[in-house]
Ligand binder design. Structure first.
Ligand code: DQA
Length: 137
């Protein structure tokens, strides 16, 4: 099984950025540990701060991989273009968030991508990604 994890803007700063919300661990360290837990899964990881690059990646991989785990970060709340890309591709996408977006500012309560995703996981810290992986098994 091939799974692609896509992280959106500012998630390259995990472990440095707003640690009280997103934790102390860098994604690199977490990712190494995650892939070691699922030796039968072929993982790919992509991060971009740029909306169009995330769309390009969804289009590039969205007809070949078995699942996509997407943390679109702030684009979750703003990007109709990413929502359209998820709608356009064949591969199922699971939305993830490290923080519980529903317990934060009102502007974060709305996800434009959620209606086109297989499901959404929010609020379990980096564990949200592991739960998303398990949802594909
Ligand atoms: C986030 C939540 C978003 O509201 C925020 O803009 C992020 C990260 C999360 O993982 O909790 O950058 O997607």
């Amino acid at each position: 099984m091939k799974l692609l994890i896509i992280n959106g803007p500012n998630l390259n700063l995990l472990g440095i950025r707003e640690k009280e919300i997103y934790g102390k661990q860098s994604f690199d360290v977490f990712y190494k540990n995650l892939i070691s837990k699922f030796p039968d899964i072929n993982f790919e990881y992509y991060q971009s701060n740029i909306e169009g690059e995330i769309i390009n990646k969804l289009q590039e991989k969205g007809f070949s991989v078995d699942g996509i785990i997407l943390n679109a970060a702030a684009y979750t709340h703003t990007s109709l273009a990413i929502a359209d890309a998820i709608k356009a591709i064949k591969t199922k996408v699971v939305e993830v968030h490290i923080s519980n977006i529903f317990s934060r500012e009102k502007i974060r309560h709305k996800s434009l991508i959620a209606p086109y995703c297989k499901g959404s996981i929010s609020g379990f810290g980096l564990k949200s990604y592991e739960l998303a992986v398990r949802s594909f098994l």
